[in-house]
Design a protein around this ligand. Structure first.
Ligand SMILES: Cc1cc2nc3c(=O)[nH]c(=O)nc-3n(C[C@H](O)[C@H](O)[C@H](O)COP(=O)(O)OP(=O)(O)OC[C@H]3O[C@@H](n4cnc5c(N)ncnc54)[C@H](O)[C@@H]3O)c2cc1C
Length: 498
């Protein structure tokens, strides 16, 4: 028989895989370890499906002790580990490493304790965000941070991305709604961050683990705060015939001392796309639509809706509608909540960007995006958390056409760098992952990046837990600097080029 020997590196990979599988098998249940390609293929990417890679194997532990033993084995074998929740991340944070293990925390999905007196719940990391609110609804409580993916995403992922949502303007991000996080370091050691008390002695390491993108510890338990469910919620839908007026109205509401329960904006292209999808009766002539929600007691809501209406009228709203009942409130929100699937109906693919800018620059960024649409010959829908200044441009393209995909990538990078130029950040709520790692070189200088590395090394000296994500290396930034020369000037000329 004429056989062709596989290249030596493939043999090496197969040998490493066999060694890893036999070391992990005794720790896990029969169905808790996957390594055949047909089993591991669902793990090759997260929500950023444009980037894919097959892992060596996928481990699905069922308890913290197993997580600890898995990490000890990988540490001893020098095998990198990528923690994974529900895989809805949009920046490639859970994308596998070719010669690494994916550590899925999806089977740790118990709600361990609900305490209505302390208004807290202790949950395992694989519990879905919405499942917490569902489990405490009978107590008149809920968990406030509400990413649009809340039906699917896990609380472990939310902690590691410091996720946000419509309610976060008023109630805070994940960081502000979590009291304690328990996790396992790459060495297998179990650690706890934060406490049930409002303040803890020593450095606040809870804030460090929030948004750490699976790079510091595998999170195994989270204690979340619960808040009382408001008696009433009402939403104003305001139309604007000019983007500048809409942007200024957002700033005017906040300047009036009002913190709405939600303050979201859609541009004309988005309104058109969602109206075709949900038929909610949106104003199709409006250049921008603002949704401003108020929640609380009926008296509080009536007073706040009155004040917001006055501010919106003064800011030049061309139309104002106030929801008359819960059905109408949900109808007004239906377009905003379905903006992503609506984008999926009008283009083969869309690329969701995520950057934050000071609220006063919303109109400026939207105008710049319009210019970029012409430059890159691609359409873009704008739908965003206006109250936070967190923009979510959806760049429309056809992934089957590589040239369109490259243009979409460049378009996205330009948007992020425009955010930095306007005094904002390259990330709002979707993390850095692999998607925005080059843009980190634009946002942060060498000294700041070295500080980030210092934190990483303190938790994971061997740099095996989700390496190559979120914090760029010096050489990556130097390489990126060489590629992106703006106005004839090399960014960060102080860096040594390799
Ligand atoms: C349609 C859609 C809408 C979205 N809307 C929003 C939104 O409104 N707001 C928002 O903030 N995000 C949004 N997202 C992004 C995403 O849902 C969030 O980032 C979410 O927190 C990811 O959770 P996950 O469980 O899917 O995490 P994954 O995608 O599995 O992982 C995300 C990151 O967390 C790490 N990680 C996951 N679990 C653990 C763990 N237990 N221990 C250690 N590290 C871990 C991973 O390594 C990775 O770096 C949206 C995504 C989609 C697809």
């Amino acid at each position: 028989m004429n056989t062709v020997a596989p290249p030596p590196d493939l043999l090496e990979i197969q040998a490493l895989q066999a060694k890893l599988v036999s070391a992990l098998r005794p720790i896990l249940a029969e169905d808790g370890l996957l390594w055949e390609p047909e089993d591991t293929i669902p793990y090759e990417c997260d929500g950023l499906a444009a980037y894919r890679r097959m892992p060596l194997a996928v481990a699905l532990p069922e308890n913290e002790a197993q997580v600890s033993r898995i990490l000890q084995v990988c540490h001893a074998m020098n095998v990198p580990v990528v923690p994974r929740g529900a895989g809805t991340g949009l920046s490639g944070g859970a994308m596998p490493i070719a010669q690494g293990l994916v550590l899925s925390l999806a089977k740790l999905k118990k709600i361990v304790d609900i305490n209505p007196f302390t208004r807290t719940a202790v949950v395992q990391p694989g519990v879905r965000n919405l499942a917490i609110s569902e489990a405490v609804a009978h107590l008149g409580l809920y968990y406030a941070p509400d990413p649009s993916s809340q039906i699917a995403c896990s609380i472990g992922g939310n902690v590691n991305e410091n996720s946000g949502g419509v309610h976060c303007l008023k109630y805070g991000l994940t960081l502000h709604n979590v009291l304690r996080v328990r996790g396992v370091l790459m060495s297998g050691e179990i650690v706890e961050f934060g406490s049930l008390a409002p303040d803890t002695p020593g450095l606040d390491l809870l804030a460090i683990v929030m948004g750490s993108e699976g790079m510091l510890a595998a999170v195994t338990e989270v204690t979340v705060k619960l808040v009382p469910k408001p008696k009433l919620a009402q939403v104003i839908m305001a139309s604007f015939d000019d983007i500048e007026k809409g942007g200024n109205a957002v700033a005017a509401i906040i300047a009036a001392g009002i913190i709405p329960a939600g303050l979201e904006m859609m541009d004309k292209a988005t309104t058109r796309a969602v109206e075709e999808f949900v038929h909610a009766g949106y104003d199709l002539d409006a250049v921008a639509i603002l949704l401003c929600e108020s929640d609380g007691t009926p008296e509080e809501v009536a007073e706040e809706i009155g004040r917001m209406t006055a501010v919106l009228e003064k800011a030049g709203a061309s139309g104002i509608r106030i929801s008359k009942n819960e059905t109408e409130r949900l109808t007004f929100w239906s377009g905003r909540k379905n903006a992503f699937p609506a984008a999926g109906r009008i283009a083969a693919d869309y690329y969701c960007m995520d950057g934050t800018i000071p609220r006063r620059h919303i109109a400026t960024l939207l105008r710049r995006i319009q210019e970029m649409e012409k430059k890159y010959r691609l359409g873009c829908l704008n739908v965003f958390h206006a109250g936070d200044g967190n923009m979510h441009p959806l760049i429309l393209f056809n992934g089957a056409d590589m040239d369109e995909w490259h243009r979409a990538e460049e378009f996205g990078t330009d948007i992020l760098e425009a955010c930095v130029e306007l005094g904002g950040t390259i990330t709002g709520e979707h993390g850095v992952g692999i998607e925005k790692i080059n843009s980190m070189c634009v946002q942060f200088g060498e000294h700041e990046r070295e500080l980030f590395w210092g934190v990483k090394r303190a938790f994971d000296p061997a740099q095996l837990l989700n390496p190559d994500k979120a914090i760029p290396s010096l050489s990556r930034c130097a390489e990126y600097g060489r590629m992106r020369i703006s106005g004839g000037k090399l960014p960060h000329p102080e860096l040594e080029r390799f």
